[in-house]
Design a protein around this ligand. Structure first.
Ligand code: FAD
Ligand code: PHB
Length: 390
C-alpha cells in the first residue's frame, strides 16, 4: 500500500489528524495495535479546552460534543475543609472548558473516519518504522501471518507513551526529560449524579482527591494512592469511604455512591522527548510527552501538536512549503513545556508528598493561601487551565 501520511496509533491524536488531513485531500492510513472495543474501553480525559473543541468542529466531529458536552465556567479547590471557587470565565477573559469524555470523543472520531471511508487498521501487530532519515520511509506490520508494507511520504507517531515511534529515533538524537511522582490516581466511574455541578480538586492531609463527571448521571472520582496499591485492593466501599474523608463535610454529606463501573490506577509522570521529529517522522501527543492529569492538559496538549502538524502538512502538500514541518518540533515543544510547568505546579500544589520536609509543606500551604488572596495568581491559574493559545 502507498499513502501520503502513515499514522501510528488510533487514539485521539492519530484519529483527529487523519480526519483533518483527509478533509484537505491528504491520504492517510491509521495503524492501531488494539481492537476498537479495547481503545473505547479506556476511561481517560474529561476536560477539553476551547482550542481542542474548535479542532473537533473543524474535523466535522463536534456535533455530539456541542450537544452533550457541558460548558464549565469554573471549578472549585477545597483545602482545610473549605471550598474556594475559581471563576474561569472572570479570570480568563470570558473563556471556559468543555466537559466531554475522551471515550465519547474517540467514538465520534471513529464514526467520522468510517463515514469518509478512512483507512484504519486495527490489531496491527509488530508495527515497525523504516528508513525515516531517507526521502522514502516505510512502515511494516503483521496481519496474522502476513507482513504488510506501507510506503509513504511521512510517518506520524501518535502511538502514546508506550508506542514504538519514539523508540525508532536513534538514542544519540533523542533526549528525554522525566519526573516520576511517588503516587498514582485511583479512578472510579459510577452511574450516579455528580456531587457538584463543577469539578472539585481537593487538597487534604490524607492525599489529593478529585470530583469530576462525564454527564449529569455519570460521575468520575479520583483519590491519590501509593504506587504499590492495585485496583483490587480497593473495594467500592473502601473507595467511597476514603473519598468522603477527604471532602469538605458539606460536600461529603451530598455524595451519592453506587457500584463502580470502572476502576483503574494511573501512575503520575511528567515526561518530554526532544526533538519531536526525526527525518520523515513526527511525534504527536503522549508519544512525545506526558503530564500528570492534575491540570487536565494531556489531551489538550496533544491537540496543539495535531494543530501545528496539520497546518504544516497542508502547506507542504498545497504549496510545497516545508518550513512548517521543519519548525514543527521547536514550535510544539514551546507549548508542551508550558503545559508541563502548569501540570507540575498543580500537582505540587494539591498532593501529599510522603517524603517531604516540613519546610516544603509550609511552602505548599503558603502557595495555596497566596492563590486565594491574589487576583493575579487566580488569573495565572485560569489562563493556563482554559489553555494557552495555539
Ligand atoms: P493515546 O490515547 O495513548 O493513544 C495512542 C494509541 O496508540 C493507543 O490507542 C494505543 O493502543 C496505540 N498504540 C500504542 N502502541 C502502538 C503500536 N506499537 N502500534 C500501533 N498502535 C499503538 N488530558 C486532558 O487534556 N484532560 C483531562 O481531563 C485528562 N484526564 C486524564 C485522566 C487520566 C486518569 C489519564 C490517565 C489521562 C488524562 N488525560 C487528560 C491525558 C489524556 O488521556 C492523554 O493525553 C491522551 O490519551 C493522549 O492521546 P494520544 O492519542 O496522544 O495517545
Ligand atoms: C477527568 O474527569 O477524568 C479529569 C478531570 C480533570 C482532571 C483530570 C481528569 O484534571
Amino acid at each position: 500500500m502507498r499513502v501520503q501520511v502513515c499514522i501510528i496509533g488510533g487514539g485521539p491524536s492519530g484519529l483527529l489528524l487523519s480526519q483533518l488531513l483527509h478533509l484537505q485531500g491528504i491520504d492517510t492510513v491509521v495503524l492501531e495495535k488494539y481492537s476498537r472495543d479495547h481503545v473505547l474501553g479506556r476511561i481517560r480525559a474529561g476536560v477539553l479546552e476551547r482550542g481542542f473543541a474548535e479542532l473537533m468542529r473543524e474535523a466535522q466531529c463536534g456535533e455530539r460534543m456541542d450537544r452533550e458536552g457541558e460548558i464549565h465556567n469554573g471549578f472549585h479547590i477545597a483545602h482545610d475543609g473549605v471550598l474556594h471557587h475559581v471563576d474561569l470565565h472572570k479570570y480568563s477573559h470570558g473563556n471556559s472548558v468543555t466537559v466531554y469524555g475522551q471515550t465519547e470523543l474517540t467514538r465520534d472520531l471513529y464514526e467520522a473516519r468510517d463515514r469518509l471511508g478512512g483507512k484504519l487498521v486495527h490489531n496491527a501487530a509488530d508495527v515497525s518504522l523504516h528508513d525515516l532519515a531517507s526521502d522514502a520511509p516505510h512502515v511494516t506490520y503483521r496481519d496474522g501471518g502476513r507482513e504488510v508494507r506501507i510506503d509513504c511520504d511521512y510517518v506520524v507517531g501518535a502511538d502514546g507513551f508506550h508506542g514504538v515511534s519514539r523508540k525508532s529515533i536513534p538514542k544519540d538524537v533523542l533526549r528525554e526529560y522525566e519526573k516520576v511522582y511517588p503516587f498514582g490516581w485511583l479512578g472510579v466511574l459510577s452511574r450516579t449524579k455528580p456531587v457538584s455541578p463543577e469539578l472539585i480538586y481537593v487538597k487534604h492531609d490524607r492525599g489529593f482527591a478529585l470530583c469530576s463527571m462525564r454527564s449529569q448521571v455519570l460521575s468520575r472520582y479520583y483519590i491519590q494512592v501509593p504506587l504499590t496499591d492495585k485496583p483490587d485492593d480497593w473495594s467500592d466501599e473502601a473507595f467511597w469511604s476514603e473519598l468522603r474523608r477527604r471532602m469538605p463535610l458539606e460536600v461529603a454529606a451530598r455524595l451519592i455512591t453506587g457500584p463502580s463501573i470502572e476502576k483503574s490506577i494511573a501512575p503520575l509522570r511528567s515526561f518530554v522527548a526532544e526533538p519531536m521529529s526525526y527525518g520523515r517522522l513526527f511525534l504527536a501527543g503522549d508519544a512525545a510527552h506526558i503530564v500528570p492529569p492534575t491540570g487536565a492538559r494531556g489531551l489538550n496538549t496533544a491537540a496543539s501538536d495535531v494543530y501545528y502538524l496539520y497546518h504544516a502538512m497542508v502547506a507542504r502538500y498545497r504549496t510545497g512549503d516545508g518550513s512548517g514541518l521543519n519548525a514543527y518540533s521547536q514550535k510544539a515543544l514551546a507549548r508542551v513545556w508550558k503545559a508541563q510547568r502548569f501540570s507540575w505546579w498543580m500537582t505540587m500544589l494539591l498532593h501529599r508528598f510522603p517524603d517531604r520536609i516540613e519546610y516544603e509543606d509550609r511552602l505548599q500551604q503558603t502557595e495555596m493561601s497566596y492563590l486565594f488572596s491574589s487576583e493575579t495568581a487566580l488569573r495565572l491559574l485560569a489562563e493556563n487551565y482554559v489553555g494557552l493559545p495555539f
